[in-house]
Design a protein around this ligand. Structure first.
Ligand code: FPP
Length: 247
């Protein structure tokens, strides 16, 4: 670790008000590859290396939950070879890293319609989740086949069914009850959302949950996103004033 990032880490630890839940839109793999004259899939491969270092850094800092936007429902519209390459990376990475994750007390969970993933990916993820379910360290939450609007519609449908079955009345619906119908029912809302590679949008990520989340956008492309960039985002968050609509 460079001297600069060690200094920054010390300041972060001393300040103390860490975000409990950090979510990341990992963008820019394609652009990173293009700039090097490489296929887009090389960018995703490089992106996996960043995932590893940021997971380690988050665990080391004592962040409770790290949510990574890994594959959106919209991503199925990419060329077939790219979708297959991302699925393969996910499969291989989970298989390769599960021992280290488990040894480091990381609990792997997923958010999104996992049931629609290819059988092999689904199985390896379910095994990894099962194996780490009692771990008490960092919660690594992979958003997979995830879409924010779909999640809200799934929640509405489930609530409507409960009303039909007379378990609840329409008037019982408030923010807390609705949150319990979302995929993320067991998680607190993100405190900080980081987006790499400069785009100023939410891209259908955690629409309900990010109402009061602090946003941090950096121009750094995901494969180049270093631990010091992660620290910078956290330091920026720690120095903001969160008002939640109050004065
Ligand atoms: C965005 O870059 C990246 C993705 C859609 C895929 C992210 C997947 C990984 C990093 C690999 C698997 C991850 C894990 C957790 C094992 P982009 O392709 O949209 O980049 P661009 O906007 O520059 O085209």
């Amino acid at each position: 670790m460079s001297e600069g990032s060690l200094e920054l880490k010390k300041k972060i630890v001393k300040k103390g008000n860490l975000p409990a839940h950090v979510a990341i839109i990992m963008d820019g793999n394609g652009r990173w590859a293009k700039r090097r004259g490489l296929p887009r899939t090389a960018g995703h491969k490089a992106g996996v290396k960043t995932v590893k270092r940021i997971v380690r850094a988050a665990g080391d800092l004592g962040i409770s939950i790290l949510t990574l936007f890994t594959f959106s429902r919209e991503n199925w519209k990419r060329p077939r070879y790219e979708v297959s390459a991302i699925m393969k990376l996910l499969y291989e990475t989970t298989k390769r890293e599960i021992n280290e994750l488990d040894e480091n007390n990381v609990r792997l969970i997923t958010t999104g319609r996992i049931e629609e993933l290819p059988a092999e990916e689904k199985e390896i993820l379910e095994n990894a989740k099962n194996r780490t379910k009692d771990n008490t360290g960092l919660i690594l939450n992979l958003a997979l086949n995830y879409g924010g609007r779909t999640e809200i519609l799934d929640a509405v449908k489930e609530f409507a069914l409960d009303v039909k079955e007379r378990k609840l009345e329409p008037n019982d619906l408030d923010e807390k009850t609705f949150s319990e119908y979302l995929y993320t029912k067991d998680l607190p809302d993100p405190d900080l959302l980081i987006r790499t590679s400069g785009e100023m949008r939410i891209s259908n990520f955690l629409l309900w949950q990010t109402s009061y989340t602090e946003l941090y956008v950096t121009n750094v492309l995901w494969p180049n996103f270093a631990v010091k960039d992660f620290y910078q985002a956290i330091w920026d968050y720690q120095n903001r004033e969160r008002r939640f609509g109050k004065i």
